[in-house]
Write a protein that binds this ligand. Sequence first.
Ligand code: HMG
Ligand code: MG
Length: 324
Amino acid sequence: MFPTQVTLVDVGPRDGLQNEAAPVSAAHKIELVHRLQAAGLKEIEVTSYVSPKWVPQMADNAEVMAGIRRAPGVRYSVLTPNMKGLEGALAVPAARPDEVVVFAAASEAFSQRNINCSIAESVERFRPVVEAAHVAGLKVRAAISCAVGCPYQGEVSADEVERVVRLMKGLGVDHCGVADTIGVGTPRAVQRAMERALAHFPLVEVSGHFHDTYGQALANIYACLEMGVHTFDASVAGLGGCPYAKGATGNVATEDVVFMLHGMGIATGIDLDRLVDAGAWISGVLGRPPASRVGKALLAKRGVAVAAPASAATASSATASATA
Ligand code: HMG
Ligand code: MG
């Protein structure tokens, strides 16, 4: 039985822009958030409070959070991988998020290679973050990375997913997101991972986060809808992935998910035309056409020329002139 309504969390400002090689100004990030909320998005993942050495693009987190004009009914989330991050997110009361995100991998190989510690250790580090976030009245979302595939170990089993889900549940997180970080998941594998999240969290607190590297994300969302899952992350214009890293792509484009859902008679509260405008606008800032198929199709139908594919040089100069 399909849900009649779906909540989409636009993670473009964070998951999308964190991967951009050329700097994107705080003003453009703030404008993107404004355009997303004007299009009807009720949940926006804005930025991350992580080390600027690791992710320089998110170094302006405080400026972006402080610059957002809050819209009624919209929830803003940020990534906080440690106490330093949470303290940054809480520092200015008027710029606090509604929700914070912690993330751990389902694959032991990924955890060891990336953050040089075991999954259990990485989750344990979140304990004070979760406690302090709750004391501050924030909701805590957990993201389980590499839930269907890992660049180092290959396939990831449902048992491995459930192990992290249990650890996160033990920490007291409120929500569990199942993430296909490298976009290799296919519908049945995704359903098997989702089942394990649903064994510990209610339907309303489980979501899917699918990178579209292998073009499977819409099929995976459909497979989750069949299970009744009704919250998904997506990224306007399909932002994400490094434009200079071969094969890397962003999350499924929000425009594409909205088109599919509306076509199925499932409500999102999102105005697709305004969303396409937002996707075209940020793509123009970045100097490339939107990665969204729906965005491109609707812009072509309107007779709007989309930016030509940018080389590294033109991407930088387009961004530079746009930010000047
Ligand atoms: P670390 O190096 O182990 O931490 O990093 P550390 O405690 O040793 O600190 C190293 C330096 O970073 C220190 O600075 C700290 O002050 C600073 P120094 O003394 O050398 O000048 N630092 C910080 N600065 C600002 N904010 C902070 C912070 N923490 C430490 N919060 C850490 C640990 C996790 C912080 C680091 O590895 C990091 O920031 N990594 C980036 C992780 C990240 O953002 N990944 C991408 C997002 S996750 C994602 O995209 C997946 C998701 O989309 C789901 C999916 O698709 O799978 C969610
Ligand atoms: Mg992601």
